[in-house]
Design a protein around this ligand. Structure first.
Ligand SMILES: Cc1ncc(COP(=O)(O)O)c(C=O)c1O
Length: 381
């Protein structure tokens, strides 16, 4: 399978131009803005996503850290922040508030779209009361139920931070994912649909949060800020590459969506495989193609092995529900949907990472026909 690669001569030229000038970073400790490439990327990003402020940093993890700090979370709080995070997400979503000394509550995900569970909202006022922040992930490129979550957070005076590392260009109604919460965080790491090796971007419409984000990213203490900042800064050549990638974003996303839909079209034929769903009013950009295998019909792990034997690198599950990881120390937590998805049902294709030719798509169709033929042997004992 060919690894997807949209880094080309445009990125090489842009990076070389920066390198040939010799000024690889334009930041000075304590200043709010970086060098010309970083400033240009931030301006283009703000324009593209219709936000007032875009603040570049060196990873989404750094962006989440700066976001939590900008909202007021820090290790010296007399009473730790209470933060609701999804259990089914990449670890950075929860690692950052944990690192800042917050107490975490892990939310389960819904069994259809795999986002932080809407049913939580039914008795929401009691659930959210006492929380200081919710960090929600737009997982696999599908937006969480952002409007509802934002409204409920606003009712209770709770910050909403969107971990939009996987959801660039996804939409919730007419808004881009990442722009509904108080702050949204994007990733430009090598696995994402556009990337610069590493990199991140925070967006917000709130001028106060924007300034605090900038101070967290670049040693605000030097400019007299009440809290210390860090060095989470983006280099000039990273920004130059990211500018070229941003120009390709629509095209790359359209190809990712087309490929995922082609896989769904093939998978839909089999009642034992449910392709990813798209909520009404939301648009999915298919960072990953995440389907569900019917446990009653066949053993998910054997299905993934059979697909691998045919040359298709599907993955069993996504990530262990985070509370199971020793670092979070909450082994007693329980999110039955996330556990069932990860342990028994989810079949995942890292859609952004591969280019499938039409011949390979036809081959996938044949592989599934073959698997169906042998389905009795793949049945759960
Ligand atoms: C949902 C999610 N959040 C955060 C991150 C962290 O991104 P970065 O590697 O840019 O720090 C990732 C990276 O894969 C992610 O998928």
């Amino acid at each position: 399978m060919i690894p997807a690669n949209y880094i080309g001569s445009e990125e090489a030229r842009a990076a070389w131009q920066v390198i040939s000038h010799g000024r690889l970073s334009g930041f000075l400790g304590g200043e709010l803005r970086g060098g010309p490439q970083v400033v240009r990327l931030e301006n283009l990003w703000a324009e593209k996503f219709h936000v007032k402020h875009a603040i570049a940093c060196n990873s989404a993890t750094s962006g989440l850290l700066a976001s939590c700090m900008a909202c007021g979370m820090n290790r010296e709080m007399t009473s730790p922040w209470e933060v609701l995070v999804p259990s089914f997400t990449m670890s950075a979503t929860a690692a950052v508030p944990k690192f800042l000394g917050a107490r975490l509550a892990f939310g389960d995900c819904d069994p259809v779209y795999f986002q932080l569970d809407d049913h939580l909202w039914l008795d929401w006022p009691t659930r959210l009361r006492g929380f200081d922040a919710v960090i929600v992930t737009n997982l696999f490129g599908h937006p969480a139920n952002l409007r509802t979550i934002k409204r409920l957070c606003d009712n209770e005076g709770v910050y909403l931070i969107e971990d939009n590392a996987q959801g660039i260009l996804a939409k919730e109604g007419s808004s881009y994912a990442g722009t509904v919460g108080d702050i949204g965080v994007f990733s430009l790491n090598v696995h994402k649909s556009i990337h610069a090796g590493e990199g991140g971007m925070c967006v917000t419409d709130d001028a106060g949060l924007a300034e605090r984000l900038r101070r967290c990213i670049n040693h605000g203490e030097l400019a007299g800020a009440a809290d210390v900042g860090l060095n989470l800064r983006m280099t000039e050549y990273t920004a130059a590459i990211a500018i070229e990638q941003l120009a390709k974003l629509e095209r790359i996303t359209a190809l990712n969506i087309e490929q995922a839909r082609a896989i769904s079209h093939i998978a839909r034929r089999w009642e034992w495989l449910t392709p990813p769903a798209e909520r009404r009013g939301a648009s999915h950009v298919y960072y990953c193609w995440a389907a569900k295998a019917d446990r009653r019909a066949l053993d998910r792990d054997l299905l993934v092995k059979a697909l691998a034997a045919e040359g298709y690198p599907f993955v069993a599950g996504y990530a262990d529900p985070l509370y199971r990881l020793p670092a979070f120390g909450q082994a007693a937590a329980k999110c039955p949907v996330a556990e069932r998805l990860h342990d028994e049902e989810m079949v995942l294709f890292e859609n952004t990472l591969y280019w499938l030719s039409s011949k390979q798509l036809m081959g996938l169709e044949d592989a599934l026909i073959k698997i169906n033929h042998h389905i009795k042997r793949l049945q759960t004992p």
